[in-house]
Design a protein around this ligand. Structure first.
Ligand code: SIN
Length: 501
């Protein structure tokens, strides 16, 4: 390592207490690969300052293949036959280790992703909770006994681990999107090859350091990293016949490519893709509560979540009250570097994300939206800082009603009738999260049943929980992660038919 690289890593070193969490390479078969055979490296930068925080090996496809083979060998040789109770203990240990290291893990997320420390700390708790949840599920994987039509036969089913799972994760939750997938996989007896986003690989490597400590066998949990070969690696993971399942969280565009590539060997898939969540507030709702919940939902991670409100529908009668309360509360945000104590909201991940927010904002204003809170770039803080923007009277034909913004733009549409808002809310190819606010139980049920979304959250803007099934419909993908259903995604049902008794 040259002196410049040492300097970069000192930046990370100065902020992280447990130095064992700072890793400099991929994690394959229980070993740290600090230099790639390609001799190439890639940089990880703090999005808030642009400062280099780590230089990591850019893995070759050979090294990716090696990771896949190791994961397969571990699966075949021992992991699939480990006792569920044993897997449960490893998972529980991992949960405890994450909580013991919560401050450092949160700082790593903030340094590589830019979100505020409060957001990162919640993410670590959320991420760790998947290991706790699946440590409890591991010994409770059941089959069924079935009454066949043939009297001399007896039929029952068992659930078996699907095999090696590829886990491809985004940058917006550098820890939780890995644990949501890996916890269920490891609980059921699958081994995993994790590919974190090139902008946020450090949380995945810190997690691997804890996996090692928790006692999982080498090869059960592998992390491959690359800054330049994302699409080639994606293809490799899809086309490898040793990988039996792929779980991806990311854009619908990439999800479609992965689905196509996975058809070559009919791979089992879970795809958690883009969203365009409607957030609907009826005039009989508790308006202050709806505003507070909208803020939590919309501005978590500065709007860089698939489940955050993308379109806010407010019934006309309460619009003025709603908008003035929202404006006052959002104006109180403190935007800054995520590590600073006073910061409530950090920065965006990169300039492209900022440009998309700007594009949606300008488009809506050009088409007639009213500016409630101007927002916009904050170049004095850094190139990726953005002050939240609130628009009202947003017209139906604005880009933001069709596309996911993935940033701190809060567009408010108005509606008069329930039929009208159901039609507008469902007028999208996406179907991930949706939100309804009303004190009327009939309205709540009618809306919950009518909204075309995998998840409907009623009178709350935050529902993410390891106990809760997470997933979409339509072009937001398929599969359910977390909860009891997460087990189904990582197992296959085998029918055992005993005949001629
Ligand atoms: C996402 O938006 O990508 C995940 C959000 C969550 O799990 O709460």
């Amino acid at each position: 390592m040259d002196s410049k690289e040492q300097e970069q890593n000192q930046y990370l070193m100065a902020n992280i207490h447990n130095k064992e969490l700072i890793k400099k390479g991929a994690f394959i078969n229980g070993e740290w690969l600090e230099t790639s055979e390609s001799n190439r490296t890639f940089a990880v930068k703090d999005p808030a300052t642009g400062e280099l925080i780590a230089t990591l090996p850019d893995l070759s496809l050979n090294e990716v293949d090696h990771a896949i083979r190791c994961a397969d060998k571990t699966f075949q040789d021992n992991y699939k036959n480990t006792l569920p109770r044993q897997r449960s203990q490893w998972l529980l240990k991992l949960y405890e280790l994450m909580l013991e290291n919560i401050e450092d893990l949160a700082k790593i997320i903030t340094l590589e992703n830019g979100k505020s420390l409060a957001d990162s700390t919640s993410e670590v708790k959320y991420a760790a909770s998947y290991f706790q949840w699946y440590s409890e599920e591991a010994p409770r994987i059941y089959g069924a006994t079935i009454q066949p039509s043939i009297s001399t036969n007896r039929v029952f089913t068992i659930r078996q681990p699907v095999g090696v799972c590829a886990v491809i994760c985004p940058w917006n939750f550098p820890s939780a999107m890995i644990t949501r997938k890996a916890a269920a996989a490891l609980a059921t007896g699958c081994t995993v090859v994790v590919k974190p986003d090139h902008e946020t690989p450090l949380s995945a490597l810190a997690l691997a350091a804890l996996v090692e400590k928790a006692g999982f066998p080498p090869g059960a949990f592998n992390v491959i990293i690359s800054g330049t070969r994302t699409s080639e690696i994606g293809t490799r993971l899809c086309e490898s016949s040793l990988i039996k399942k792929l779980s991806f969280t990311g854009s619908t565009r990439v999800g479609k490519i992965l689905m196509k590539q996975s058809s070559s060997n009919i791979k089992k898939l879970s795809l958690e893709l883009g969203g365009n969540a409607p957030f609907i507030v009826f005039e009989d709702a508790d308006v202050e509560k709806a505003v507070d919940q909208l803020i939590l939902c919309k501005f978590r991670g500065l709007g860089q979540t698939c489940v955050c409100a993308n379109r806010v529908y407010v019934q006309t009668k309460i619009l003025d009250n709603f908008v003035s309360m929202l404006k006052e509360k959002v104006s109180a945000f403190k935007i800054g570097h995520g590590l600073l104590k006073e910061t409530t909201h950090g920065c965006l991940i990169n300039k492209q994300t900022l440009e998309k927010v700007e594009k949606h904002k300008k488009d809506a204003i050009e088409k007639g939206a009213k500016v409630i809170l101007g927002g916009g770039p904050l170049p004095d803080l850094g190139p990726t800082f953005y002050e939240p923007c609130i628009l009202s009277n947003v017209p139906k034909n604005a880009l933001v009603s069709k596309e996911e913004t993935f940033g701190p733009l809060c567009p408010i549409f108005t509606f008069d009738t329930m039929q009208e808002v159901i039609k507008a809310a469902n007028d999208t190819e996406f179907g991930l999260a949706s939100y309804v606010f009303s004190k009327n139980i009939n309205t709540v049920f009618k809306m919950a049943e009518s909204l075309e979304a995998g998840m409907v959250s009623c009178n709350t803007g935050i529902f993410s929980d390891s106990a809760v099934p997470f997933g979409g419909i339509k072009e937001s993908g398929f599969g359910r992660e977390g909860s009891l259903y997460g087990i189904e995604d990582y197992t296959v049902v085998k029918t055992i038919n005993v005949g001629t008794l």
